[in-house]
Design a protein around this ligand. Structure first.
Ligand code: ADP
Ligand code: ZN
Ligand code: ZN
Length: 804
């Protein structure tokens, strides 16, 4: 067994297969599948993954592995197999699949050290290792290799006495945060409290706290814990009773807080009924997919928590996926409160080093639950007992670069191996999932009531056409404006939601709300300013921009769109007394900015939170009693067959933000299309009727879930080249498919040019085309040379979620 098959880090067709290498004498028995190695490849040395160890090779002259990078495999056998599946399923290269499953820190070169675990007694180690560690608790990996100690170290690693650490060089320095502690002894604190006036309740409470807790505490924490404000603390610092200092905090922002242990709630009858089949699947170790359909606040998370509890009792592990933007501290807190240190958190806000830390906790089996965004589905657990995908309809579960996988598919694939349940939770399931549940492929579990029978907020749909007719040209309707004013007078808070203006734009009649659609595809025509034309980006249909509205002959027909900044300016003009927090890509770019802005709002230092998509989910503010949607139309008219579904989901989500607590909530939705079913039905939160209406339309126009879609996008700097290659690809694909398939294109993409590269596409609709997969592979292979050189780009997306 001295030959290793290695997938090398060269993403290309010719290298998308294992190459055999000899294992050097000193590493015999130490090299295992799933470990990374450095191998000679041509004139270079590159990294690769060992996928197999074998006795013989079909090749005569083999080169040797130059270096072993791991003591323990970074990919276990299940993940190696999953990588094969991913390669096949998404048409990506094996190396891309493997790398997608690992934290970034493992992809690059970082300094590597071998360290003794804390509890290890040096004297218990074999002689050579005692020498190796004689000078310190750690040594370099290079030394281990040159001294031929890898096999010995590996045995120790299996016992847990030593481990390999990657020293990720942090670009950002260690995090320092404001802390406060008492400046005077506790007897004096007590004396000082006596001198304060009766009104200074807040100051008294703070000083009281420090009598029992003299240790420095993070400013944010004490503010939150005592419900006080930063200015109260500042006042005490000024009087020199407290001191403020910057202290270093642990890398994981969530780790710093201590969580009060929360007990499990007694489930309601409805929850009991819903959790039954999930627990049954866990007990019987039977794979199954469950769609947990329940409005916001109906107790889904409690079901997740109690299912996980059962999994942990069985000694198994749990993966919880949450959309990136909903991965808020509030969400994480709920898991930490129940499972404490057994929880690891993975999200994009962490640095490479922090992510690697969390991943390592999982790999070393120190944690049992991971809460994370999409890629957490690859968490290297060995005994998965449940995989939960919250807000399963979110499109961020689909990765938009190679490998173009959907977390749901990866989760189901893993659940087959682990024979465990997958729970998909949503208040507005994706049409695909709900249809599968209707067909019995998934088990549908329903929570129809909100907890404590709290009412859904009252929703007002305001017809912006009427506003215009009555002479109001502002972006605020009279109703929304008055309600905003009323909230400010009462000291309550409001959230204003503006859908991000898409890359593409459309033309709408302000008088009647008319929007031009493609007669063939039922999607919105995209406006091209350069030639004043309207174009369908599915089939290529073109139209002139009308001078007057074809519906009502009004001349108020034109391009539509507003940015958050403009809204902020208008707010400042109309409601100068309002304190506004704006959250969009511009204001939240910096690390931590997102959380900071939310804290400002949460602490009541602002009256209005104005933002895009990112404020729609997961947030829970007790003092918010008004939610306003400035224009439901921008999403409704995206050139995407899912635009109605997305609008319904978004409006339903946004409405769920109001009145979650004691105070009653109200929602105002402004639109030029009040009669559109996705607007109307989101007001009554009637998913079932929406589902039926939308399914009819999908069937009629041959869209998912009735048909599958695949999208081929071609880009190049030369327009002629893009067009001719897309043409060739389109006709080739057509020739390999049956008459039942619909091949649309070639046509310019909705975003026709990015970075000076022209973009064309071909969209395929089909039900069953056994040859399609091969045909697409052939296309990628055929142009391999030109794409490898970077001039040409071809991307194939099976089940695309972004059709731009
Ligand atoms: P969802 O995940 O569907 O939005 P949650 O699980 O967050 O719903 O539940 C909404 C609220 O109801 C939370 O504050 C939660 O603590 C509470 N809750 C959930 N289940 C119960 C229960 N069985 N008894 C009492 N309160 C509950
Ligand atoms: Zn009109
Ligand atoms: Zn069309």
């Amino acid at each position: 067994m001295n030959i290793a098959s290695v997938i090398v880090d060269v993403p290309a067709k010719q290298t998308d297969k294992p190459f055999d290498y000899k294992i050097p004498e000193g590493l015999k028995g130490a090299v295992l599948p799933g470990m990374r190695v450095i191998v000679p490849f041509g004139p270079r040395k590159i990294q690769g993954f060992v996928v197999e160890i074998k006795k013989e090779s079909d090749f005569q002259k083999l080169r040797q592995i130059s270096e072993l990078l791991d003591l323990v495999p970074v990919l276990n056998e299940e993940l190696l197999t999953l990588g094969e599946w991913l390669t096949d399923f998404t048409l990506c290269y094996k190396i891309s699949a493997f790398q997608a499953m690992l934290p970034a820190a493992l992809k690059a070169k970082y300094e590597k050290k071998i360290v003794l675990s804390e509890k290890t007694n040096k004297a218990s180690l074999p002689g050579p290792l005692q020498l190796f560690f004689s000078k310190s608790m750690s040594s370099t990996w290079e030394a281990a290799q040159t001294e031929g100690l890898v096999p010995l170290l590996q045995k120790e690693a299996a016992k847990g006495t030593v481990e390999v650490i990657y020293e990720v060089k942090e670009r950002v320095k260690k995090k320092r945060l404001k802390h406060v502690s008492p400046a005077i002894p506790k007897e004096e604190l007590a004396a000082v409290i006596e001198t304060l006036s009766a009104q200074a309740k807040g100051q008294k409470a703070v000083l009281d706290f420090f009598i029992d807790n003299p240790e420095p505490i993070e400013l944010r924490q004490i503010v939150a814990a005592l419900g006080t404000s930063a200015s109260t603390i500042k006042a005490l610092v000024k009087k020199e009773w407290l001191v403020e200092q910057d202290l270093e905090v642990y890398r994981d922002p969530f780790e710093a807080k201590s969580f009060e242990k929360k007990e499990f709630l007694q489930l309601t009858e409805e929850q009991e009924k819903a959790i039954g089949p999930i627990l049954g699947s866990i007990e019987a170790e039977k794979q199954g997919v469950f769609l947990l359909y329940g409005v916001t606040g109906s107790g889904k998370t409690e079901i997740y928590l109690q299912s996980i509890q059962r999994v942990l009792e069985k000694g198994e592990e749990a993966i919880v996926l949450v959309p990136e933007i909903a991965l808020t501290p509030q969400m994480v807190t709920r898991f930490k409160e129940r499972f404490g240190d057994l929880v690891a958190v993975l999200h994009s806000g962490l640095s490479a080093g922090e992510k690697y830390d969390e991943w390592r906790k999982i790999q070393r089996q120190e944690v049992k639950v991971v809460v994370g965004a999409r890629s957490a589905v690859f968490a290297p657990f060995k005994n998965i007992g449940i995989i939960i995908i919250d807000e399963e309809h979110e499109t961020s579960y689909k990765q938009e670069e190679n490998p173009r996988y959907h977390a749901r598919d990866a989760a189901i694939q893993r659940s087959l191996h682990h024979r465990c349940p997958v729970v998909l939770g949503s208040a507005t399931p994706s049409l695909e999932s709900f249809a599968r549940a209707q067909k019995g492929l998934y088990t549908l579990l329903t929570l129809s009531k909100r907890m404590n029978d709290r009412d859904l907020p009252a929703v007002d749909i305001v017809d912006m056409r009427e506003e215009l007719r009555s002479g109001n040209r502002s972006m605020f309707s009279i109703k929304l404006f008055e309600k905003l004013k009323d909230r400010i007078d009462k000291g309550e808070q409001s959230v204003l939601f503006l859908n991000k203006r898409g890359h593409s734009s459309f033309v709408m009649c302000r008088d009647c709300g008319f929007v031009m659609n493609c007669p063939n595809c039922d999607i919105t025509l995209t406006y091209h300013r350069s030639n004043e034309e309207m174009k369908c980006h599915y089939c290529g249909h073109e139209d002139k921009v009308p001078k007057t509205c074809p519906e009502c002959t009004s001349e108020h027909i034109r391009y539509f769109g507003t940015g958050t900044q403009k809204v902020e300016e208008e707010l400042a003009r109309l409601l100068p007394e309002a304190r506004v927090v704006r959250m969009d890509v511009d204001t939240t770019g910096r690390k931590g900015a997102h959380e900071k802005l939310l804290t400002v709002f949460q602490e009541g230092q602002a009256d209005i939170l104005l933002g895009t998509q990112m404020i729609a989910k997961g947030l829970d503010f007790p003092n918010v009693t008004l939610v306003g949607v400035l224009s439901a139309d921008t999403m409704l008219h995206l050139p995407d067959f899912r635009s109605s579904e997305k609008t319904f989901q978004l409006l339903t989500q946004v409405s769920g933000r109001a009145g979650r607590h004691e105070l009653e909530g109200e929602v105002v939705i402004q639109t030029y299309s009040p009669e559109h079913y996705s607007v109307e039905l989101s007001a009554s939160q009637d998913y079932n009727i929406f589902y039926q209406r939308e399914m009819m339309i999908r069937k009629l126009h041959q869209y998912p879930p009735f048909y599958y879609l695949s999208l081929v996008t071609v880009s190049h700097e030369e327009l002629m080249k893009v067009v001719s290659i897309t043409e060739k690809i389109t006709s080739y694909i057509q020739s390999r498919l049956t008459n039942a398939a619909v091949v649309l294109g070639p046509v310019a993409s909705p975003i026709p040019r990015i970075n000076n590269r022209y973009r064309y596409q071909c969209l395929i609709k089909y039900k069953r085309e056994p040859e399609l997969h091969e045909a697409l592979k052939t296309v990628l292979d055929r142009y391999q040379q030109e794409t490898a050189s970077g001039g040409l780009q071809i991307s194939v997306d099976l089940n695309p979620y972004i059709l731009m």
